[in-house]
Write a protein that binds this ligand. Sequence first.
Ligand code: UD2
Ligand code: MN
Length: 348
Amino acid sequence: MILKKHYKVLLACLLSILVLLALKTGGNVYKRVSSMHSVSFNGENGNVVREGKTRLPCCKWDESVLVGPLHVNQEPIAIEKMRSSDEWLSNVRRGGQWSPNDCNSKAKVAIIIPFRNREKHLMVLLRHLHPVLQRQGLDYRIFVVNQNDTYPFNRAKLFNIGFKESQGYDDYDCFVFHDVDLIPEDDRNDYGCPSGPRHMSPAVSKFSYELISPYLFGGVTSFTKQDYLKVNGYPNKYYGWGAEDDDMYRRVMVKGMKVVRPPLVVGRYTMIQHRDEERNSKAKQLLSKGGKYIDKDGLNTLKYNVQKRENYEFYTEIEVDVAMTKEEKQLTSLKDLQVQKISNPAKR
Ligand code: UD2
Ligand code: MN
């Protein structure tokens, strides 16, 4: 009996120590839950279990740290002032990466941004995105894939390049394909791949925050590594503006998956205004054959040349030449294939 009593006292002490520890870490973003060897993925379809490298507990989605609706500040900001302008930005490590200190993230996330000549947009996005990713407790790195050649812009191929290149940095299991001009308006929009193929931007300011088509799959999407491999990535053949997003939607359908979206109040983005890019009028023709080419065009046929890999203060840049082929030139209606003007993102 006496021993049992002692046990109870001991247990009570242990519990109070635990409570005190929890309170002490209360200022921190993620709560220690228990000490475990492995990390479980708490996503919607969730039973992926990743072996943790350390004995850290898994990070929990913590509503109390999330802000909810966000104010979007489009004012240009000097890169030298970014770090000191926001507590979250001061935590970012060179190369645009971060991971929680005291818990294992539910996902390792590679954010892939297709880029050419949109420096101002990039600065605004980085300023808003880093804090969101950190508040969600994600282990992430931001990759800017900069098309530094004279061919028409190829958003989809840059995504494939980003996917492949990121593997030289870490073993990512979640990929977010992110337009540079879409600024998240709500940090409850989960960047950690909580589902299969996900259309994260159903409500965009340009479209009055309405889902203008049930087939819409442009803007910001996320895929687990497994699902991205399953669809063989994006098609490589779409140069110029249009239809590469629709092609990806078809790939997802053909492989028997469905697109998941967050609610409109959460999947909100401000699109920074810009002039329209030149449309490839042959894109529709390509799309009409889209479904048939899944296994013949994509990650398995990807060719490109890397010019430079560089870690800047808030992102990793992969500078590439997309190596357009003669056959691909015939597949675009863009008249002058050499008119593209090039410049690089701010070199910091
Ligand atoms: C729509 C889609 C976009 C894509 C595009 C067709 C939404 C909200 N957006 O965007 O995802 O499917 O149509 O291709 O549905 N970019 C550069 N430099 C360029 C051109 C493009 O960096 O010279 C990048 C940049 O990340 C940009 C993205 O490609 O955000 C899409 O291009 P856009 O913004 O010109 O096209 P938009 O707004 O019509
Ligand atoms: Mn845009």
